[in-house]
Design a protein around this ligand. Structure first.
Ligand SMILES: NC(=O)c1ccc[n+]([C@@H]2O[C@H](COP(=O)([O-])OP(=O)(O)OC[C@H]3O[C@@H](n4cnc5c(N)ncnc54)[C@H](OP(=O)(O)O)[C@@H]3O)[C@@H](O)[C@H]2O)c1
Length: 360
């Protein structure tokens, strides 16, 4: 079977580089176009990235000599590919417009950006949690006037360390959740070389992040009604998001109240056995076990656990009863793999398996 041709919009950035690295030798997809800003257009990928390569693996040979195209040349890029991944850094309005422009050329867009996360007929997907939300695509296509073009997005990186756990505990009905996140600098597209002030430092502010951490899980747990996704009403989530001196890996410290009583053994059993469509369909990037539970008191640790299941799994530890809330735990997920490019690749695999992405 011929591989589907993908364009990476924003290919020179941190998330774009992750896509390039993840798609090297992907069984279903190949990178046919790399696109970035007009500053990079016309250069080879290797020249355009220069000393900005941020991935701990070498740049794949197959992309080094590809000539970077301008993201804004929508027709030219779209004519060469079956679908695209989007990780551009532009204003929200610009991103909304350009992703729609790609969809209207009948090119599906799987996006990392937040611009379309609240567009009512755009599915925001964590494939293990809400694969059925792709049903809303038929209504989006009607609005856009397309037959195969649409936009699908993945949620923010901060929620990946706790939203899957709360989903696994659905039958115990979590109703109040307090989260503090400890977020890596790669979440801002940075390394320590580019952000030396972060060494030995903590910054108690990440613009827009707390609202995303509180609201986006509710959209994942929502329902399709009248052609749009209606977010769930609970559990209510309050959060503080803090930047910490870590390169990769967002940690979350979480307190939960549950309507229904549960034992520690039941909560662990639900977590470690939680799975969804990616596992059922055997998608190439699916973790075999989505959530692992670590018994040691000093786990999960970023250095030991961030690459669990090739960065696509969630590590949880320190589950114990709380004196104010019912339970508390600590979760960890890789922010540029599960939380960004890896989550988007898994989403594209789901869309291909469901027949939404095909060869043009
Ligand atoms: N880092 C993460 O963990 C993470 C997680 C989830 C979502 N995101 C989101 O993903 C997007 C990319 O993040 P990043 O960290 O990869 O950013 P980044 O490293 O700054 O990369 C930005 C990319 O966008 C391109 N670009 C910038 N201005 C442009 C313009 N005016 N027109 C066309 N292309 C333009 C850049 O091309 P040049 O190289 O030519 O400038 C580069 O390819 C952002 O919206 C971010 O919020 C990031």
């Amino acid at each position: 079977m011929a591989k589907l041709k993908a364009a990476i919009l924003g290919a020179t950035g941190m998330v774009g580089q992750r896509f390039i690295s993840l798609l090297e030798d992907h069984p279903w997809f190949e990178v046919a176009v790399v696109a970035a800003s007009p500053r990079s257009a016309g250069k080879t990928y290797e020249e355009a990235v220069g000393d900005r390569w941020k991935i701990d693996l070498p740049m794949p040979e197959a992309v080094k000599k590809l000539v970077v195209m301008n993201v804004n040349d929508v027709e030219a890029v779209a004519s060469k590919v079956d679908f695209c991944f989007s990780a551009v850094d532009m204003s929200k309005d610009e991103i909304r417009a350009i992703e729609e422009a790609y969809a209207k050329t009948e090119t599906p867009v799987v996006s990392n950006n937040s611009a379309h996360r609240w567009t009512p007929d755009v599915p925001m997907i964590v494939p293990e949690i809400n694969a059925a939300h792709t049903d809303v695509i038929q209504y989006q296509k009607k609005r856009l006037g397309t037959t195969r073009g649409f936009i699908a997005v993945k949620p923010n990186c901060s929620i990946q360390a706790y939203a899957p756990v709360l989903t696994a505990w659905k039958e115990f009905e979590p109703y109040e959740v307090v989260v503090s996140t400890y977020q890596a600098i790669s979440g801002a597209g940075k390394t320590f070389r580019e952000w030396p002030e972060m060494e030995g430092n903590i910054i108690p502010f990440i613009s827009g992040e707390e609202e995303k951490s509180e609201k986006e899980p509710l959209r994942l747990w929502g329902k399709i009604e009248n052609g749009v996704i209606v977010p769930a009403e609970g559990p209510v989530i309050t959060s503080q998001c803090i930047r910490v001196p870590v390169l990769n890996g967002h940690t979350a410290s979480v307190f939960v109240k549950l309507k229904n009583k549960a034992t520690k053994e039941q909560l662990i059993e639900k977590m470690v056995n939680f799975s969804g469509e990616p596992q059922k369909l055997g998608l190439p990037s699916a973790p075999k076990q989505f959530i692992q539970y670590l018994e040691e008191d000093n786990r999960p640790q970023v250095t030991l656990d961030v690459n669990y299941e090739r960065g696509m799994g969630v590590s949880v530890g320190r589950l114990r009863e709380d004196t104010v809330y019912d339970w508390k735990f600590v979760g960890l997920a890789h922010n540029t793999l599960r939380g960004a490019a890896g989550g988007a690749v898994l989403c594209a695999e789901l869309l291909k398996a469901q027949g939404f992405i095909e060869a043009k």
